[in-house]
Design a protein around this ligand. Structure first.
Ligand code: SAM
Length: 272
């Protein structure tokens, strides 16, 4: 991973939007070793903001970039917005992600999503019946994701889906190596941060903000090696459609969609 250096590291603070959220803001700041500040703090590049909502845990955690032209806030969302829409109207088991993972009628493989991010892909798999363990190494991203899962857990329709998702914070290269053989999942899924393409207009503004904080995942080749040692049936790697596969063995097959390619490394067929 190429993380930002001390000199270039963005200044991130935690801030509560209402006085009632000051206490959870302070607890979160301690857990993430970040300073607490005011919601309009001029010196901050990013604000991890606690925004009041009625459902548990009582706030939505949002990452807000500051300054002119900054993109909208980034947060994990499983009930409303694009993810909710995809759940209701998406392609079900026929969509490329589901086919790549080996989801067939009657079969819902167990999955470790070793690059969880904001949990969108994992949520698609969980909504199709898979049990998904998520691993995320950026503590800040893991905090956004944990908050999204907690809020969705309170929703009558989405709660049972997120109950199939569990999150661990840490580096998957080590965590996958530590999974006992009898607990190996059917599938390990990887979606490392895309390499810089130069076509910045194609990368969503929100994603660029994200990359500033977590860096490019330049150690993804090592993650593939760890995934191949852990998956019982297959490893699936999401790539930009024209990008080369990760360094390592050749994929067994690939499933393409408009902008994306899923490289599939088959170890044994998923039972249908
Ligand atoms: C492109 S995002 C994944 C987006 C995700 N698929 C989604 O649907 O929201 C990549 C994420 O993987 C995480 N990551 C990369 N390498 C990792 C590793 N070795 N262990 C755990 N997390 C990792 C990064 O911190 C980043 O949050």
């Amino acid at each position: 991973m190429s993380t930002p250096t001390e000199a270039t590291a963005p200044h991130v603070i935690v801030a509560a939007l209402t006085p009632g959220l000051k206490r959870p803001a302070a607890a979160l700041a301690r857990a993430l070793a970040l300073p607490v500040g005011a919601i309009d703090e001029a010196a901050a590049n990013f604000i991890l903001a606690l925004y009041p909502v009625p459902e548990a845990p009582g706030y939505r955690l949002e990452l807000r970039q500051t300054g002119r032209g900054a993109p909208g806030p980034v947060f994990a969302e499983f009930v409303h917005g694009a993810v909710g829409h995809r759940r209701r109207f998406g392609g079900g088991r026929g969509q490329p992600l589901a086919r790549a993972v080996g989801l067939k009628a009657g079969a819902a493989p167990s999955v470790i999503d070793a690059t969880a991010g904001l949990g969108r892909d994992a949520f698609v798999l969980a909504s199709l019946g898979c049990r998904v363990q998520l691993i995320e190494r950026s503590p800040l991203v893991a905090a956004l994701l944990e908050n999204g899962l907690a809020r969705a857990g309170a929703d009558a329709e989405v709660g049972p889906i997120v109950a199939r998702m569990s999150l661990r914070s840490g580096d998957a290269r080590q965590l996958l190596d530590g999974v006992p053989t009898r607990q190996h999942p059917d599938v390990v899924y990887l979606d490392p941060m895309y390499p810089e393409s130069g076509k910045t207009a194609l990368v969503k503004k929100e994603m660029r903000a994200f990359r500033t904080l977590v860096g490019a995942d330049e150690d993804a080749d090592q993650l593939l090696a760890a995934a191949l040692g852990c998956a019982r049936k297959r490893v699936v790697v999401k790539r930009p459609r024209k990008a080369p596969p990760l360094e390592g063995p050749k994929p067994s097959t690939a499933i393409e969609s408009e902008n994306t390619r899923f490289d599939v490394y088959v170890r044994q067929p998923v039972q249908s």
